[in-house]
Design a protein around this ligand. Structure first.
Ligand code: GTP
Ligand code: MG
Length: 315
């Protein structure tokens, strides 16, 4: 089986991307590991310079509307933009509803914008198993990859592990963000925005509540959190928000450690999910070095642990 090269993927546009995502998903379902796709994923991983931005916040806060607007703004700057919606309701709708809704807002003739909805599957609210691979391929071909996820609690950490910047969106009139951060459930996002500023006072009050409590909040990668008041409907504040995301992106992409941590977390997370703590402990030391080819490493360790398991079962 021959797999497309990174270059072919870049040159092949949206059609090539759709095809490889579908093929990879089918392959993973069949084989249960990245196998022949390892070299492509590793090449995309090492060459991928696109900024992956996670948008998170409660249902209905305005994530889809806002990512749609940002897509437009970055396209006007001449950047290539992909939007991935991780759809928690897809267990019922198969993801089709959201996919259709999103597609309607994008121009099918624009070769440099790509919108795709992915099922959240078993990871409620977080990134699906497959979404992580999809992000790796997308970031090699697009300058901005926007990821929409619902979710609080555990899944926040998961999102934070695989994106460069985390943007938390707060609903006017709600103190959600504040409560989660205070309770330590949610890590401090890099950027926080109160949506729907066209609602007036209620949005402004929410902003000042957040401001008062979070003025000294520093995110994990030493970034002072910025707070924004935006309206995707009127466009107010959107340009500032876009620039704040770009600035954080520049900051984070200069850090090799950030990329190394991402690779390690990805391999660790997948091995833990497949083999549990005991299984992972057997190979944990292999992740001490820098992972230049994390996907082929993941595959190799998966094979070794599977073999180990089956020989135990035989004896
Ligand atoms: N007034 C106002 N309404 C908005 C704005 N942005 C989004 N909305 C409305 O808020 C509702 C939810 O917007 P979505 O963008 O679907 O929110 P979401 O966070 O993606 O929702 P889920 O994906 O279901 O979690 C819709 O009815 C939007 O029209 C805004 O800037 N101003
Ligand atoms: Mg949405």
């Amino acid at each position: 089986m021959t797999v497309i090269t990174t270059n072919e993927l870049r040159l092949g546009g949206k059609a090539a991307m759709s095809r490889v995502l579908a093929d990879l998903e089918a392959y993973l379902a069949r084989q249960g590991h990245v196998g022949v796709y390892g070299p492509l994923l590793d090449e995309c991983w090492s060459q991928g310079r696109g900024l992956v931005v996670g948008f998170t916040g409660p249902p209905g806060v305005g994530k889809s509307t806002l990512t749609g607007k940002l897509l437009k703004l970055w396209r006007e700057d001449g950047l290539k933009v992909a939007v991935v919606a991780v759809d928690p309701s897809s267990r019922h709708s198969g993801g089709a509803l959201l996919g259709d809704r999103m597609r309607m807002r994008t121009d099918p003739d624009d070769a440099h914008s790509f919108v795709r909805s992915l099922a959240a599957r078993d990871h409620l609210g977080g990134l699906s198993e497959f979404a992580i691979y999809a992000l790796v391929l997308l970031r090699a071909c697009f300058d901005r990859v926007l990821v929409e996820t619902v979710g609080v609690g555990q899944s926040e950490t998961e999102v934070a592990d695989f994106v460069d910047s985390v943007v938390f969106l707060a609903q006017p009139g709600s103190g959600d963000a504040l409560q989660y951060m205070k309770a330590g459930i949610m890590e401090v996002p890099h950027i926080c925005a109160v949506t729907k500023s066209d609602m007036g006072m209620v949005a402004e009050r929410t902003l000042s509540d957040l401001k008062g409590s979070l003025s000294l909040a520093i995110s994990q990668d030493d970034w002072p959190m910025s707070l924004h008041l935006v309206s995707a409907s009127t466009g107010k504040g959107m340009e500032d928000l876009k620039q704040a995301i770009d600035q954080h992106g520049q900051h984070v992409q200069q850090q090799q450690k950030h990329r190394d941590d991402m690779a390690r977390n990805m391999v660790k997370g997948k091995l833990l999910a497949a083999f549990g703590r005991e299984g992972f402990a057997q190979v944990a030391h292999r992740l001490d070095q820098r992972l230049n080819n994390p996907f082929q490493m993941l595959d190799q360790l998966t094979m070794e642990l599977r073999q180990c398991l089956s020989s135990h079962q035989v004896s």
